[in-house]
Design a protein around this ligand. Structure first.
Ligand code: HEM
Length: 460
């Protein structure tokens, strides 16, 4: 993975319609490199505080999305997760107006409907333009693009005219005056949106693109970020509902780290290693991508003197198979066991460590190394070496090499913040209204346990 720089660029019309022709997600490394760099800077820059505070704001809305049930507030894990990650990522990419945007619901529905259809239409070698199904799909993609433009225009208006405080009244004012934007000012408008987006994303001179490119990449980032995070969050919620003993440990960790503080601070969430282990373990059992592919587009790849992979040949990595390898993960590979991500610190002589931490969920030989440094071999006092399973090259949750995920830290921060705020206030229980062994199929065609569950307020 490290050697071959590229993925085969996707040229199918269905993908281009959803993501745009120049999208970072489907173009060659050469084309994607600058955008990767810029987006990486934005996502890993100074937005952690904002990300955290929006996550808490979104969690405060959770009880509004529930319906009263037999034993508490009834919810669907997938729907709740999808809604939470959509709101947070949207507010980060498009600004606070996203949270009060009247078309947000339509945008969310479209985003997930497109994500259900895109692979279906992309598998045709000749795009069936003439079918009603494809025409509908195309309509959805065009409408989604229109909505991206609408939210960018709204954000811009709020920024220029209303300062940082977004109110419903100001939103209404904007919609009353919307004709300003639709009467012959399109060119200027596109330029303005572009400038504004570049400014607000702080990417300046590194980013060679036009407004269309910006819109498409924003949509692609929403699409990919929401899809992946919703799947993992949904799985965490269903697994914790099924494993109350593990959920008790999550509550204990949150109470221990936060003390009486509510909601958890950004420093608090960095200490929640058990929660992070749960995220990794859920994703190991149900990875968001089952197969990763790489290829060297313009040169042969020499793996060893006798192994040469010709230019253009595709190398596929079966992620799910690697995640189920007994030699890597042990004989309990099929079990949901988050502890496996907390027990892998060894001394340089190979002997297990007994490291004492204030957090009892990390004392299983796991020093307090924040997950931001995973992937680097941490060395404490020159004696300990970190071999966290999360930095194990076999765990390809976020891919690897030159096309690896650049939203990794962002996604882990968002998911940990959301889960910590949620579990500080609630516990989840399998819904009494649905048999626990019933299976659902989610948008990524993965089998899931029943996703219906109940939120029960915790007594602190
Ligand atoms: C838990 C959530 C996420 C998972 C599991 C995930 C996973 C992945 C994977 C497996 C890839 C392909 C890597 C490869 O081929 O080696 C990828 C690419 C990418 N991810 Fe994520 N991702 C997540 C969240 C995010 C978020 C929140 C963002 C941005 C806000 C993001 C931005 C990107 C981008 C821009 C790429 C394309 C990189 C390229 O093609 O050069 N990801 N992600």
């Amino acid at each position: 993975m490290a050697l071959s720089k590229d993925r085969v660029p996707a040229t199918r019309t269905a993908l281009e319609l959803a993501f745009g022709k120049e999208s970072i997600f489907i173009s060659t490394y050469k084309k994607a490199r600058k955008k990767r760099f810029s987006l990486h800077r934005v996502l890993n820059g100074n937005i952690v505080e904002k990300l955290h505070s929006i996550s808490i704001q979104v969690c405060n809305q959770v009880d509004k999305w529930t319906t009263p049930g037999l034993s508490g507030m009834e919810l669907d894990a997938q729907v709740l997760s999808q809604h939470m990650v959509f709101s947070v990522l949207g507010a980060i990419l498009f600004g606070d107006s996203f949270l009060v945007w009247p078309s947000a619901e339509e945008f969310e529905k479209l985003l997930f409907m497109i994500s259900e259809k895109v692979c279906y239409w992309a598998r045709y070698p000749v795009t069936p333009f003439w079918t009603d199904g494809f025409k509908q799909y195309k309509e959805m993609c065009l409408r989604a693009q229109g909505l991206v433009e609408e939210i960018l225009a709204l954000s811009r208006y709020m920024k220029d005219k209303a300062g940082t405080c977004v109110t419903e009244h100001k939103i209404n004012q904007y919609y009353e005056g919307i004709s300003i934007f639709s009467t012959g000012t399109e060119t200027k408008y596109a330029e303005e949106v572009w400038e504004d987006t570049v400014d607000s994303m702080a990417v300046g001179q590194d980013f060679e693109a036009d407004a269309q490119d910006v819109h498409e990449n924003l949509f692609g980032t929403m699409f990919h970020g929401c899809r992946t995070m919703a799947v993992i969050m949904g799985c965490v919620l269903t697994r914790l509902a099924q494993h109350p003993e593990i959920q008790d440990k999550v509550h204990a960790e949150i109470d221990l780290v936060c003390g009486g503080r509510s909601p958890p601070s950004t420093d608090d969430i960095k200490k929640m290693k058990y929660l992070v282990a749960i995220l990794y373990e859920s994703a190991r059992l149900l990875p968001t991508r089952h197969l990763l592919q790489r290829c060297a587009l313009d040169h042969d790849l020499k793996l060893s003197p006798s192994t040469i992979i010709p230019a253009g040949a595709v190398i596929a990595l079966p992620v799910k198979v690697m995640n189920m390898d007994v030699q890597i993960w042990g004989h309990d590979v099929h079990e949901f066991n988050p502890d496996r991500f907390l027990q892998s610190f060894t001394a340089s002589d190979g002997k297990p460590l007994t490291y004492k931490s204030k957090n009892p969920f990390c004392n299983a030989q796991s020093p307090d190394v924040p997950w931001g440094v995973e992937g680097k071999r941490a060395s404490l006092d020159g004696k300990l070496s970190s071999k966290s399973l999360a930095s194990n090259p076999s765990l390809l949750l976020f891919g690897g090499g030159s096309r690896s995920c650049i939203g990794r830290t962002f996604a882990m921060t968002e998911m940990t913040s959301l889960l910590a705020s949620l579990f500080q206030r609630y516990k989840v229980e399998v819904s009494l209204e649905e048999a626990p062994d019933r299976c659902n199929i989610n948008i990524m065609s993965q089998l899931l346990p029943s996703s219906k569950f109940t939120l029960v307020p915790r007594q602190q």
